[in-house]
Design a protein around this ligand. Structure first.
Ligand code: TYM
Length: 354
């Protein structure tokens, strides 16, 4: 691997209904990260997806669809490493070791598990509970320094840092004895930000835009055509007042705040700049401008996703190539981890990990 200053890792679940929140909060930012002096790895996290039941045939299609969305949005699979998680066995291997580092009390605090398990917690899969540990393994198998995500992943990234820190402390002597200095895993930096770190439902400004919302009108899907995008934006819930001219005036107006945030993210500017232009405008006018902007930005992605989806063999080849390159980074990490932990393993010691 060429020596990059940063290693960026992020993942998206292939659970269907990829939406504007996934795009603005994550995928669009993945594309921007490619301009940095960084090796970027973008992973379709299929093992995370099965923590909730997935129909096998549908899952295969969804893995290819997320891959198509990555490529259509501008991720270059030659520059970045694009792959699906299950093709790189080191994720699951490291997750097991981390299961023995992470504490029950830490996982008990995870709010996403509580949300997803709902009232019937006894019936949730163990995988759903263990989800954040696998996520830490995803990131740390590559010793990633930066992880761009939406705001909902903040707690999981804090857990990743806790696991890295505890591993570094628990195995400190062994880490030093194996020549890795004072810490083996980095304390990964979450990159959460921009005007769309938390895109809200178009029907209810107090709820996150989500793949699992039963109302399709609550989200703009990346597969929606221009007419549907226009329809959903026009139907989006608003309040009766005109737009304020300063962000202060968005307080207590979650739906207005959300639409202004979406506009800012799509046009790569800030809420302040949007309000300078549209302060005083009625929602009917603002929504018209938002429809034009959303269609201008999303229609080409939609068209390219369709084009790519017609050739699943090409997508599978991208994933296979990415998996090979990902494994070339993760395998030496796992070899080093096994030595640090005290496992006996076959094969010569790989010395690629410094
Ligand atoms: P997932 O598939 O739920 O979401 C993918 C990315 O989209 C972001 N996101 C949003 N951003 C803004 N507004 C929203 N309404 C919104 N909804 C989703 C998410 O924050 C995420 O960045 N656990 C991760 C997948 C994962 C991962 C990882 C991420 C697995 N391993 C390692 C980073 C690093 C998830 O559930 O993504």
């Amino acid at each position: 691997m060429a020596a990059f200053k940063e290693l960026v890792f992020s993942g998206v679940q292939p659970t269907g209904n990829l939406h504007l929140g996934n795009y603005l909060g994550a995928i669009k930012r993945f594309v921007e990260m490619q301009a940095r002096d960084a090796q970027c790895l973008y992973c379709v996290v299929d093992m995370h997806a099965i923590t909730l039941w997935q129909d096998p045939e549908a899952l295969r299609g969804q893995i290819r669809e997320v891959t198509a969305a990555f490529l259509a949005a501008g991720i270059d699979p030659k520059k970045s490493i694009v792959f699906n998680q299950s093709q790189v066995p080191q994720h699951a291997e490291l997750a097991w070791i981390f299961n023995c580092v992470a504490r029950l009390g830490w996982l008990n605090r995870m709010t996403q598990f509580k949300d997803k398990a709902g009232k019937d917690r006894e019936n949730a899969s163990i995988g759903l509970y263990d989800y954040p540990v696998l996520m830490a393994a995803d990131i740390l198998a590559y010793r990633a320094t930066h992880v761009p995500v939406g705001e909902d992943q903040k707690q999981h990234l804090e857990l990743t840092r806790d696991i890295a820190q505890k591993f570094n402390t628990d195995f400190g002597d062994s880490i030093r004895a194996h020549g890795h200095g004072d810490g083996f895993f980095p304390l990964t930096e979450p990159l959460i930000g921009g005007p769309a770190a938390r895109v809200m439902s178009l029907r209810d400004g107090s709820k996150k835009m989500s793949k699992s919302d039963p109302s399709d009108n609550s989200r703009i899907n990346l597969t929606d055509d221009s007419d549907l995008i226009a329809q959903k934006v026009r139907k989006a819930k608003t309040d009766p007042d005109a737009l304020p001219s300063e962000t202060e005036g968005l307080k207590g107006r979650p739906e207005a705040d959300n639409l202004v945030g979406i506009f800012a993210a799509l046009s790569e500017t800030t809420r302040e700049a949007v309000l300078q232009q549209y302060g005083g405008a009625q929602f009917s006018a603002f929504k018209g401008a938002l429809v034009d902007l959303a269609v201008e930005k999303l229609a080409p992605i939609n068209a390219e996703m369709k084009r790519l989806s017609a050739d699943p063999a090409h997508i599978d080849a991208v994933l296979a190539d990415g998996a090979e390159r990902a494994e070339a980074i993760a395998a030496p990490t796992l070899d080093a981890v096994k030595d640090i932990v005290g496992f006996v393993r076959r094969g010569p010691r790989l010395s690629a990990v410094g």
